[in-house]
Design a protein around this ligand. Structure first.
Ligand code: HEC
Length: 207
């Protein structure tokens, strides 16, 4: 028989394999009853043992922590770290000076444009929020007073408390940035709160 005469249902049984042949066949495919490789069998036993150990460790005795519990613990740890950092920041607030580091100012400027400009205007001239460039400050002109109002906000007047949204480093950076806006006299600023007309109120741009 040449190669060309063979069909794909022809089977070659090697010598010694006859006794391994199982007595069934499907479409000419036969099966030999070979032993499984030892390494495979051991791997199989090992995975059974591992599954039993895993089940007991995590679910029956419950010594091991499940992912949800690990997550909760790490979150708690993270909250603790955050609270400690915030506490330290608040404790040293009065001793802080505005940074003059270009990188910190640049970071602060970025935060300002993203989060503060919608209310204080890109140049700090004031919209809903007051002008941050003049020398009148509702909540005090010192750097630490600026920090404090950014941290605690004044929600009744529309200033958000940023302490839960921004880490101390970012609050420090944005406060340092707005410190550089002092005296910049942007065009068309919001009038100082102590000099606003007391006449009949005109509808604001937002009404
Ligand atoms: C939703 C609008 C809004 C946003 C956003 C906002 N502010 Fe304000 N901000 C205000 C208002 C309104 C006041 C005035 C509060 C008052 O009258 O007590 C204010 C007050 C302030 C003051 C005190 C000004 C003064 O005269 O004492 C500072 C400083 C300030 N904001 C900084 C920031 C910074 C920094 C950000 C961004 C991280 C920011 N604000 C985001 C609305 C906003």
């Amino acid at each position: 028989m040449t190669n060309d005469d063979r069909t794909n249902t022809d089977v070659t049984i090697l010598s010694g394999e006859e006794e391994l042949l199982l007595g069934h066949e499907a479409d000419g495919i036969k099966e030999l009853d070979n032993n499984l490789p030892r390494w495979w069998v051991w791997l199989f036993y090992f995975s059974i043992a591992f599954a039993a150990f895993y089940l007991c460790y995590y679910h029956v005795i419950g010594i091991g922590k499940l992912s949800a519990e690990e997550y909760q613990e790490e979150m708690k740890q993270g909250e603790k770290l955050k609270a400690a950092a915030a506490e330290k920041f608040q404790a040293e607030l009065d001793t802080l000076e505005p940074s003059s580091d270009e990188i910190i100012i640049a970071q602060g400027s970025q935060t300002f444009v993203n989060l503060c400009a919608p209310c204080h205007r890109n140049d700090g001239g004031g919209l809903v929020g007051p002008n941050l460039c003049d020398d009148y400050w509702i909540h005090g002109a010192s750097f630490s007073e600026n920090l404090r109002i950014i941290i605690d906000g004044n929600p009744v007047k529309g200033m958000i408390a940023w302490k839960d949204m921004l880490p101390p480093k970012e609050i420090y950076a944005v406060a340092s940035y707005i410190y550089t806006l002092r005296g910049t006299n942007p065009p068309n600023p919001k009038p100082r709160e102590d000099q606003q007309s007391t006449g009949p109120e005109e509808p604001s741009d937002f009404e």
